[in-house]
Design a protein. Structure first.
Lengths: 230, 217
């Protein structure tokens, strides 16, 4: 037996994304943001997208390109503080933004990936972040219901992969990537290196390849992946 | 950094006990680490997926994949660990975080904290702030005593949207160290050159001043 090869040309993989889709995108700041897949999505041109991403990167980087091209109708996120463009779009009403507490966003995605409908959490109770949310009482405590999140497509950045799509992340580039890789109907991963089967040790796999539909190997990294000099 | 602010940060660093797991919020709190001895036994956590934060690095020495939650390029130390965002907040919400030091727009006499949103002016999103404020075992605040316009940040009630209710135990400012107790704000220590009357005047809520000489910093 041999595990299937999931390598695919990047634009063929991105062509699966349709107008109106919900797209999860990994990354926290630059680390783990799939910059190359994002550019391919800009080229592809799908519109009216809902993005789920921890942050909005910085002006001229990452998902800022999708915001500037007008492809995004809605953004589910935790923090936009480093992207003044995103804040301006939100304030002008051109971009609908739903803020989540960061760990709750992570758990909603984890639940979506695990086939769980919602989580119960006491985070934000007594603040405006809990306003309008369904509340339940369980074992004498009050919780808000946080619905699971799934997406049509997830865009993932990995450090190493094998041709089956087993993925390994590096340093703080892991962040939301392994969670999002479980929570979308179609998972597209870019990897800095794609190794032959057997070269990524089974013990070193962070995301099992069964979650990955399409895999693309990055050539030379663009300058967007580099250290940001602020 | 001005001398008094440096003393305030140095004083806050003494809040960290050996063996603690600590999250230092973005801004002034991250500077606390500069006042810890190099071999001090403490585990620093950052929300984006690292325990065992090492020194901040200049761009030419930085690893493009290794940042803290504020975007600063940091490093690892022997024993560091990386993990995903769900694990990172499991650390926070399960009570493994002994201490967090956060900034503030306002703190109320009941320990309510407002530090994430100024309606109409500043709404970048809460990030991990709510979970840190609500779930760390001890929450202390580092802030200037008044804002740039001279308005008190320590108030009877917060006027801004809350991050979490009744979460703050202690406040370090450039004027004083103040505890939140059942009777409200209590003056604990005072900056050199500042009088108790100065602190009372700069605080927009009753401040209990103990009838004894207070330590200075």
């Amino acid at each position: 037996m041999k595990l299937p090869d999931k390598r695919r040309a990047i634009h063929d993989a991105i062509a699966e994304i349709k107008d109106g889709d919900t797209v999860m995108i990994g990354g926290f700041g630059v680390p783990g943001t799939p910059m190359t897949l994002i550019h391919a999505l800009v080229d592809h041109g799908a519109r009216n997208l809902t993005l789920i991403k921890n942050d909005a990167n910085e002006p001229g980087m990452g998902i800022d390109h999708l915001l500037q091209s007008g492809q995004v109708a809605r953004l589910i996120t935790t923090h936009l503080g480093l992207n003044c463009n995103a804040i301006a779009l939100m304030n002008s009403g051109k971009l609908a933004v739903e803020f989540n507490a960061q760990g709750i966003l992570a758990e909603r995605i984890r639940a979506g990936g695990a086939g769980i409908g919602a989580i119960l959490s006491d985070i934000g109770i007594g603040t405006e972040l809990a306003d309008g949310k369904q509340v339940v009482e369980m074992q004498g405590k009050v919780y808000v219901v946080e619905p699971a999140l799934r997406a049509d497509v997830a865009l993932i950045h990995a450090d190493r992969a094998d041709s089956f799509g087993n993925l390994a992340y590096v340093a703080t580039a892991r962040n939301f990537n392994p969670l999002m890789a479980t929570a979308a109907d179609c998972v597209i991963a870019e990897a800095e290196r794609v190794l032959p089967l057997g070269q990524l040790r089974a013990d070193d796999v962070h995301t099992p390849g069964v979650f990955v539909d399409h895999l693309t190997e990055l050539g030379e990294l663009s300058k967007e992946y580099a250290v940001v000099r602020r | 950094m001005s001398d008094v602010r440096d003393r305030m940060v140095a004083r806050a660093a003494r809040e960290i006990a050996p063996g603690m797991v600590v999250n230092l919020g973005i801004g002034l709190p991250t500077k606390v680490v500069n006042h810890l001895p190099a071999d001090f036994p403490v585990c620093l956590h950052t929300e984006n997926g690292l325990t065992g934060i090492g020194p901040t690095l200049p761009p030419e020495k930085a690893d493009r994949n290794l940042i803290d939650a504020g975007g600063a390029y940091v490093s690892t130390i022997p024993g560091s660990a990386f993990f995903d965002s769900a694990t990172s907040f499991a650390i926070v919400r399960s009570g493994r975080l002994d201490l967090t030091m956060l900034g503030a727009f306002e703190v109320s006499a009941a320990g309510d904290l407002a530090n994430w949103r100024i309606p109409g002016k500043f709404s970048p999103g809460v990030g991990g702030g709510i979970e840190l404020a609500q779930k760390a075992r001890r929450v202390v605040v580092l802030t200037t005593h008044t804002d740039r316009a001279g308005n008190a940040k320590l108030k009877q009630e917060c006027s801004l949207p809350l991050t979490a209710r009744a979460c703050v135990s202690r406040i370090f400012t450039d004027m004083a160290v103040i505890d939140i107790t059942a009777v409200g704000f209590v003056l604990v220590e005072i900056a050199e050159g500042v009088s108790a009357a100065d602190v009372v005047a700069a605080t927009d809520a009753p401040l209990v001043v103990p009838d004894m000489p207070l330590p200075t910093f």
